[in-house]
Ligand binder design. Structure first.
Ligand SMILES: Cc1cc2nc3c(=O)[nH]c(=O)nc-3n(C[C@H](O)[C@H](O)[C@H](O)COP(=O)(O)OP(=O)(O)OC[C@H]3O[C@@H](n4cnc5c(N)ncnc54)[C@H](O)[C@@H]3O)c2cc1C
Length: 202
């Protein structure tokens, strides 16, 4: 049996600095594992808690021996040494591009990159704080919610007026604004998409 401890909301913060201003250079990855005493304390406590659970009945009757870290590792120092040598990480990578309003926020509440037009981020990187559980389902929901926002924010199709003339005063049924739009369309200042683009309106 394998039981492991993972502090999901850790105090030690990792970072990914750029190595240079050259875009093709990979950034550095500084994981900073166990840098904060609070994380060390919590992890040692976690190992002790696992031992307590596995030595309680009925589960204890199925345990033959402890293989790692092994019964010889008892003090805080010994447990920390084991973690530093053998430990691995189960952290979920998220939040490099977080949503928010503070100076570290990259995207706003509608997932738009602040200061860059027409650029959105829809993945785990926008999480302001990593979820306590696994991240695949939350990432999927971010994608679903973000695609809804894109649809909501999309410019609605505007019907092209067909009862306008451009060679004089606008038809009385039409507004001056629509008439002006028609003139601009015919003079190619406003491109039209679809069938309407094919023919100029008299
Ligand atoms: C080993 C491992 C095990 C995991 N196990 C679980 C689990 O059991 N349960 C769970 O819920 N979560 C798990 N996760 C986490 C989960 O996989 C992620 O949270 C989730 O995939 C994040 O989705 P994402 O869209 O943000 O990023 P990703 O799924 O990483 O998608 C990013 C995509 O962008 C593409 N890409 C990158 N750069 C470029 C580029 N320049 N141009 C074009 N495309 C690019 C990549 O190829 C990739 O397809 C695990 C993660 C790992 C690494």
């Amino acid at each position: 049996m394998r039981a492991s401890v993972c502090r999901v909301r850790r105090a030690s913060i990792d970072y990914v600095p750029l190595r240079s201003s050259e875009p093709s250079h990979a950034p550095a990855f500084i994981p900073n594992y166990l840098a904060e005493p609070d994380d060390v304390r919590a992890m040692i406590q976690g190992v002790r808690q696992i031992r307590k659970i596995l030595s309680s009945q009925p589960i204890a009757s199925g345990v033959v021996e402890e293989i790692a870290p092994g019964p010889q590792a008892q003090t805080d120092e010994q447990l920390l040494e084991f973690m530093e040598k053998e430990g691995n990480c189960a952290f979920h990578l998220a939040g490099t591009c977080k949503m928010g309003r503070d100076s570290m926020a990259v995207v706003d509440g509608r997932l738009r990159v602040v200061g860059v037009d027409r650029l959105l981020v829809l993945d785990a990187s926008i999480m302001p704080q990593v979820t306590a559980g696994n991240t695949n389902a939350p990432s999927t929901i971010i994608g679903e919610k973000g695609s809804d926002m894109i649809r909501q924010d999309a410019m609605p199709c505007r019907p092209v007026p067909t009862n306008l003339r451009c060679d004089g005063a606008p038809d009385l049924r039409c507004t001056a604004v629509a008439w002006l739009a028609r003139c601009l369309i015919n003079s190619n200042l406003i491109p039209l998409v679809g069938d309407s683009a094919a023919a100029k309106i008299p």
